[in-house]
Design a protein around this ligand. Structure first.
Ligand SMILES: Cc1cc2nc3c(=O)[nH]c(=O)nc-3n(C[C@H](O)[C@H](O)[C@H](O)COP(=O)(O)OP(=O)(O)OC[C@H]3O[C@@H](n4cnc5c(N)ncnc54)[C@H](O)[C@@H]3O)c2cc1C
Length: 491
């Protein structure tokens, strides 16, 4: 059977469409098969971090996403009486990626921007109304069967990536199972349209009130979110009633300041797939991992999956790398996701206490810790890559490589816009590394790099390195002498 595309993506959610955009920039042909006719309309992600905006910059949607996003610089966990149990400084200024550290968003607007972008791409296509059912893999590729309005259809590709969300059928048919990290709490989520922002909190809040654990967070421009934990005995039908919701909102005194836009009840879980790859079939996004939303990182983690696996699939499809490169996908991504899930669980277990004596004990312990200058809080950061396609042992290998930026004629100019996609070898010397196919060679003396030269030189100085090789996902492959790095990268 002839191949229909290089990579078949099952699921046209934000992770699937981002992956398609990244892959097509890698030169791969892609079909995204999506069961639904439209973008999922109910409340989900409200936050993305700076690193995700840099991925969106790469695929050309960052400006559109940022136009409607709002920065949140604080995330506070409060007792019922308003005392601070934990406070995270999410920073109003730019994060290492050159974009604001914490951005409050409206997920359907982002998905719409991603799909519009996909529609402009010659090598990528979204097929809506295609429901995945089964697949068979052989030496050449994967054949997948779909139910469509025109009957059963089969598509064949070299690789298949299941981006089909929490109930992934791709995961089910591979027989891949989850590690259950033991969290299971039902919450009502409501999104509102804002009419009077001055009457709403300006920080993101978790109210650790055992009588009703509650979340109140900003969203993209013009929206605000509340989440209310269901109490024992309450049902989903009961809590989605508008009168019930009005009662829940009453203590916030926001009548007239907001109107209800959408509502949904979710069970928040913490699950991670034991295997993220089975031969030519891979999982990404919620299909591979799910976490309670307290750290605002589920979607972010899926986008990081896409950034990680896309350049590896691209290199394999172009014949520049062996298929074994895919072994590094889970090795690199799983520890990062587990650390993020741990943080989300710590936050969730702090908030979701409905037993008053247990809540009082939590408050006493955490307030005491804070008085002594300890306890969780401060900045939020997650571990770098410690094993995989990196030059282990060289300074900064596996770290996130920052994106310096400067203002030119009133407009921000960012490093990635100057250097473009693919791997970079940035060195101090004008002849750094000589010529190497596929590597963008850059030296600090280049006029184009002048706006960033001080930042880049400072970064190299701190690592005592002559050069750095940066992977296409903007993690550091390694540091050292340019020629040695180029040789190691090509090997
Ligand atoms: C209340 C809530 C708040 C959240 N807040 C945040 C936050 O602030 N920050 C954050 O980063 N994350 C957050 N998340 C998580 C985030 O929404 C998800 O991680 C994200 O949507 C996952 O994207 P995805 O593309 O992997 O999966 P999905 O968005 O679920 O997309 C999967 C797609 O696959 C399609 N599909 C499913 N089965 C098939 C099939 N058989 N055939 C074809 N197509 C199929 C579906 O129709 C869907 O379009 C939140 C989630 C919830 C519920």
């Amino acid at each position: 059977m002839a191949l229909d595309c290089d990579v078949l993506i099952v699921g046209g959610g934000p992770v699937g469409v981002t992956l398609a955009l990244l892959l097509q920039d890698e030169g791969a042909s892609v079909i995204v098969a999506e069961q639904a006719a439209d973008i999922y309309p109910l409340p989900r992600a409200a936050h993305i971090d700076h690193e995700i905006v840099r991925v969106f910059q790469r695929i050309g949607v960052a400006d559109e996403v940022m136009a409607s996003s709002r920065c949140a610089d604080r995330y506070d966990f409060l007792t019922a009486a308003g005392e601070v149990l934990m406070s995270f400084d999410t920073g109003a200024g730019p994060g290492p990626s050159g974009w604001p550290a914490s951005n409050m968003i409206h997920q359907p607007s982002i998905e719409a921007a991603l799909r519009l972008r996909l529609a402009t791409k010659p090598r990528a296509e979204l097929r809506s109304g295609w429901t995945f059912g089964a697949m068979r893999a052989d030496d050449e590729g994967v054949a997948a069967d779909f139910s469509t309005a025109d009957g059963e259809q089969t598509l064949k590709a070299r690789y298949l990536v299941g981006c089909d969300g929490a109930r992934s059928a791709v995961r089910d048919v591979t027989g891949i199972v989850f590690d259950d990290l033991q969290f299971d709490e039902p919450w009502l989520v409501i999104d509102t349209i804002v009419h009077d922002a001055a009457r709403l909190p300006r920080a993101n809040l978790q109210i650790c009130d055992p009588a009703r654990p509650t979340t109140c967070v900003l969203m993209g421009e013009g929206r605000h979110r509340w989440e209310f934990m269901l109490l024992p005995g309450e049902t989903a039908e009961q809590v989605v009633d508008d009168a019930f919701i009005a009662d829940l909102l009453r203590p916030w005194e926001v009548e007239g300041a907001v109107t209800l836009e959408r509502k949904a009840v979710y069970r928040f879980h913490a699950l991670i797939a034991r295997d993220w790859r089975q031969g030519r079939v891979l999982l990404a996004g919620d299909a591979a991992h799910q976490m309670p939303p307290f750290a605002g990182q589920g979607l972010c983690s899926g986008i990081r999956d896409a950034a990680n696996v896309s350049w590896k699939l691209g290199a394999i499809i172009r014949g520049e790398a062996a298929e074994s490169l895919l072994d590094t996908y889970q090795t690199e991504r799983e520890p990062n996701v587990r650390a993020i899930i741990d943080m989300a669980l710590m936050m969730g277990r702090t908030v979701c206490i409905t037993d008053p004596p247990a809540a009082a004990a939590r408050d006493a312990a955490m307030l005491g810790q804070r008085q002594r200058g300890g306890g969780p809080g401060g900045g939020l950061s997650y571990p770098p890559i410690s094993a995989g396609r990196i030059l282990v042992g060289s300074a900064a290998a596996g770290e996130y490589f920052p994106q310096p930026w400067s203002r030119q004629e009133g407009q921000p100019l960012r490093l990635d816009d100057v250097l473009g996609g693919g791997p970079w070898l940035i060195g101090r010397s004008p002849r750094a590394g000589g010529a190497h196919p596929g590597l963008r060679l850059a030296c600090l003396a280049e006029p184009e790099l002048a706006p960033f030269a001080d930042d880049l030189a400072g970064w190299l100085d701190r690592r005592g390195a002559a050069a750095v090789l940066v992977r296409p996902d903007r993690y550091v492959f390694g540091t050292g002498e340019a020629d040695d790095l180029a040789r190691a990268w090509m090997s």
